[in-house]
Design a protein around this ligand. Structure first.
Ligand SMILES: [Zn+2]
Ligand SMILES: [Zn+2]
Length: 382
């Protein structure tokens, strides 16, 4: 007798089974918040307002051990409590996720705190109609408001404090994404060039000194979430193949993502400093955003959907003499705007790296920007 089994179920089952086999401690009965080494696990990232008992039960079947809920100002304490119950009923651990820099509300009320597009104008090839900045104008990356600016740092802390007040008791931890600069920060147009602040363009707000704004931000939030896990999520900078064609050899392949700007070596060094500041004394895990379609890294040259993750780990491990053990790396892969087969492939590639956790984003973690013209303040910046 033939049983009609939907193909997406087969894919889910294969991923769930391989997750159990690859997790070298076999079946994991503990919760992710426990101290000490823990077996590899998978989690789903979803909207906090979009959790039902049926969805939680389905996630369990798919082999997820935890759910990471994206927290926004529109989510009430009631909605969050009911999400927490659905997850607890299905014995899934609960984490929350905040998109820090990408904040349309703050960008609207404080356009001066938005990230600048740096002095290179290669980003204009994606926005050919955007006007040139006048003498008292700066082009910003809407809606990115990074913590690199003093007042944005404070505003984001206040916002997280407000959000934390609504969380149900019993959640395991909090993930903080977008703690670096804005996308295309040098102006090359690459969404992953994040290290720079007001690169060669006039500032409109006072900035934080040093390379450790993210580390200080995480430490400050840690005081508000005592007893919970706190996981910063990081994005790697541009890759070698993003260099201009003229800087590559004939046998190299090229993405063209940095336009004509050879920023790779500089970005790599600055990344190394920021990564070191973030991870140097960290005990807990660090997340890495490896959204292959969002970052246009789903090209065949990487080895098919989701295969780019291996290169990201290589990149990270070359940046420091004391690389973070893979068990402490949590990989965030793309499960939205891709087929279920692509999602399964990305999850599988990520599990095979030996990372501590693989988080499958089923809601968009938007990494795009739009140019916006902002007036420069008159007089010196306070
Ligand atoms: Zn760049
Ligand atoms: Zn770069």
């Amino acid at each position: 007798m033939m049983l009609a089994v939907p193909p997406q179920f087969v894919v889910s089952l294969l991923v769930a089974v391989s997750a159990l086999l690859i997790g070298n401690h076999g079946l994991w009965a503990g919760r992710p918040g426990e101290n000490g080494p823990r077996p590899q696990f998978s989690a789903v990232i979803a909207d906090a307002g979009d959790v039902t008992e049926a969805k939680a039960a389905q996630w369990k079947i798919e082999g997820f051990r935890a759910a990471v809920l994206i927290l926004e100002d529109r989510h009430s304490a009631t909605v969050l409590a009911s999400a927490a119950k659905a997850l607890a009923d299905n014995s899934l651990a609960l984490y929350f996720w905040v998109e820090v820099a990408r904040d349309p509300e703050l960008a609207r009320s404080h356009p001066d705190l938005m990230a600048s597009l740096g002095m290179h104008d290669d980003w204009r090839r994606h926005f050919p109609k955007f006007p040139q900045a006048g003498p008292n104008e700066v082009v910003k990356a809407w809606p990115w408001v990074p913590i690199c600016y003093r007042d944005a740092f404070a505003a984001h802390k206040d916002r997280i404090k407000r959000l934390l007040a609504r969380l149900p008791a019993g959640y395991t931890g909090l993930l903080l994404n977008d703690l670096q600069g804005g996308p295309a920060s040098c102006g090359c147009g690459n969404l992953q060039c994040r290290w720079a602040v007001d690169y060669g363009v006039p500032a409109t707000a006072a900035r934080q000194p040093g390379s450790d704004a993210a580390a200080r931000f995480v430490a400050d939030i840690g005081k508000l979430t005592a007893g919970k896990e706190l996981i910063p999520v990081w994005t790697t900078e541009c890759e070698h193949e993003d260099l201009p064609r003229a800087r590559l050899t004939a046998k190299d392949w090229a993405t063209g993502y940095c336009g004509g700007v050879p920023c790779f070596e500089t970005c790599r060094k600055r990344f190394g400093e920021q990564w070191q500041a973030m991870t140097g004394d960290r005990q807990g895990p660090v997340g890495l955003l490896v959204l292959s379609r969002e970052f246009h890294r789903d090209r065949k040259e990487y080895g098919g959907p989701g295969a780019w993750v291996k290169q990201v780990l290589d990149y990270i491990e070359k940046q420091t003499l004391r690389p973070l053990p893979r068990q402490k790396v949590w990989l965030v892969v793309q499960g939205y705007e891709v087929s279920r087969e692509e999602e399964a492939a990305a999850r599988q590639h990520a599990l095979e790296t030996g990372a501590g956790a693989v988080l499958v984003a089923r809601r968009r973690l938007d990494q795009s920007y739009e140019p916006r013209m902002v007036k420069r303040p008159v007089g010196p910046i306070p």
